[in-house]
Unconditional design. Structure first.
Length: 547
């Protein structure tokens, strides 16, 4: 790894991978087996950062708004606070660490080769996946899921299957995080170049011949941390390619900045249109998360997601204990909610009091004597989707993103059923040790309703919990599993090649229609390895002299 300030003004490679995230790292490592690869990452390294490496640091990254922070905050047009990774390793460097595969049915629907998928998962798991310790709290939560009927109990497995299971984690036995960046240990050193703080501004294209119908990607322009411009080009060769792995926000954004997108929108920003492609930025989806914070009368060990209930109605029930996961939510609250000052959007004193008490309950910087846990649900899919548009021509700026949470009734129905299940788990005998019996579940829900969890307008001014339908809408948050924008069949083909150009692919979560499994990171890391192998196989099949 080197800072991009050390990059030459011009360089040449067989493959240029834009984005060193969950897909980009495994992809670059694989391609280096038989080619020279450049990996460009707009953020820094995860190594030596305690907030990234230590399990107790989770949430702190989401609170850092400095330009060099490992997560870049944004607020969707829906008013939900969110974040996008900006660090080598991508989302695996800032997430809650749950590791689980997609179901075989998912792989079949998208047309992946099952044997190669399993081989690729195993390749990833040798470096980054571990069995969680399952201490007292997570065990109580697991038993609560089984008690309320989320069966069968499937034990520890990476596989996705209905019932209750213990999944993997990217935190090892010492609580140290292992990210997708660790997959670069597989890379061939003398064939791999990694530049950090390298922000790609544009993909460069040229016509292959006087009468060529499709422009060919042949280079990129990127800037280092000092703003100096660099150019990286593909070496001559028909099989050499540029691959965008910049994530569900960054990949459609970069395509548009390079002239591939809706013609009218690009012209508004005075971007030269290379290909009128109206589907770039469409199909943006974010899995809704709804949660309940639960005060505990006894200390709770620090744990992130370990056990999960995969329901027949397609809502995933998970839990985190102590302040680690809950702090990630609290860190996303407006500062005035944390300090108990009145907000500009509400003068309701009761709401402010609920917000203040909830913050004190979970605040790790003060002398809070309470302990708490969080039980949450993720809505599968989702079916609801939206779109992405550019705000500026600066790749450092967040684009405008709309996810349309619960636009489709099926998503809302799943949320309601999931919340009903969470309430049963809270009230279960198995979980009773970690629930204060003097606090009614309705009071817990009322507290959540009154927390300013997002910036979207509430449909109801009620300060008391009324019904789960309204609860889902008023307390919706992100679980950071957004996807779409460059979907297969719309923007790229089944080999992830961008339509109407050559030499360019998109390989990351932006190509998904649905979030795979209970957490997509394992599948995105797998996809980088999977497609890297397919690309190299095609490269090896090139007849001698064909290039």
């Amino acid at each position: 790894m080197k800072p991009a300030t050390l990059a030459p003004q011009v360089s040449y490679f067989d493959y240029i991978v834009v984005g060193g995230g969950t897909a980009g790292c495994s992809l670059a490592a694989t391609l280096s087996e038989r080619a020279h690869v450049l990996l460009l990452e707009r953020g820094g390294a995860p190594y030596g950062n305690k907030d990234i490496e230590d399990i107790v640091g989770f949430g702190s990254n989401l609170d850092d708004e400095s330009p060099s922070a490992s997560a870049q905050p944004f607020v969707s047009e829906d008013g939900v606070v969110n974040a996008r990774a900006r660090v080598l390793g991508g989302g695996s460097a800032v997430n809650a660490g749950f590791y689980t595969r997609a179901s075989p049915a998912y792989a079949g629907r998208v047309g992946w080769d099952g044997a190669l998928v399993n081989e690729s998962y195993a390749w990833v798991e040798k470096k980054v996946a571990f069995k969680p310790p399952m201490l007292e709290f997570q065990s109580a939560f697991r038993d609560g899921l089984v008690e309320v009927g989320i069966k069968p109990y499937n034990g520890f497995t990476y596989d996705h299957m209905y019932g209750t299971k213990i999944g993997g984690t990217i935190f090892d036995a010492n609580g140290k995080r292992h990210t997708a960046a660790d997959l670069l240990e597989y890379a061939i050193p003398n064939r791999t170049t990694v530049y950090l703080f390298a922000t790609v501004h544009k993909i460069l294209f040229r016509r292959q011949g006087k009468y060529a119908e499709k422009p060919k990607a042949h280079g990129v322009i990127f800037r280092d941390s000092k703003g100096e411009k660099h150019r990286a080009y593909l070496k001559p060769g028909s099989k050499n390619e540029i691959i965008i792995s910049a994530g569900a926000i960054g990949s459609p954004q970069l395509l548009m900045l390079s002239g591939i997108g809706p013609e009218a929108h690009l012209k508004e920003l005075e971007i030269r249109v290379l290909v009128d492609q109206p589907m770039v930025g469409q199909g943006m989806a974010d899995n809704p998360m709804n949660a309940v914070m639960i005060p505990s009368p006894v200390p709770v060990e620090v744990s992130l997601i370990q056990a999960v209930g995969i329901t027949e109605f397609d809502s995933y029930i998970e839990a985190a204990s102590s302040t680690s996961f809950a702090n990630a939510i609290i860190h996303s609250l407006p500062t005035d909610a944390q300090t108990s000052q009145p907000t500009s959007t509400s003068n309701n004193k009761l709401r402010q009091e609920h917000a203040r008490k909830a913050y004190q309950l979970l605040d790790t910087s003060g002398n809070a004597t309470f302990y708490a846990s969080l039980i949450l649900e993720k809505t599968m899919g989702p079916i609801s989707s939206g779109h992405l548009h550019l705000k500026t021509k600066n790749p450092e700026d967040n684009p405008s993103v709309t996810f349309n949470y619960f636009k489709e009734e099926a998503d809302l129905t799943r949320c309601i059923k999931g919340m009903e299940t969470i309430i049963k788990v809270i009230e279960s005998k198995s979980f009773s040790k970690f629930r204060d019996p003097t606090v009614a579940v309705q009071d817990l829900l009322t507290t959540m309703v009154n927390l300013p969890l997002n910036q979207r307008p509430r449909e109801s001014n009620d300060t008391e919990f009324s019904d789960l339908r309204q609860y889902c809408k008023d307390t919706v948050m992100t679980i950071w599993h957004y996807h779409g924008g460059c979907q297969v069949g719309r923007v790229v083909d089944k080999e992830y090649k961008v339509f109407n150009v050559t030499g360019l692919r998109v390989i990351d979560g932006s190509t998904f229609y649905y979030s795979p499994g209970t957490n997509p990171q394992a599948t995105v890391m797998m996809l980088g390895r999977y497609m890297g192998q397919r690309i190299l196989k095609d490269r090896d099949a090139t007849p001698p002299g064909a290039e």
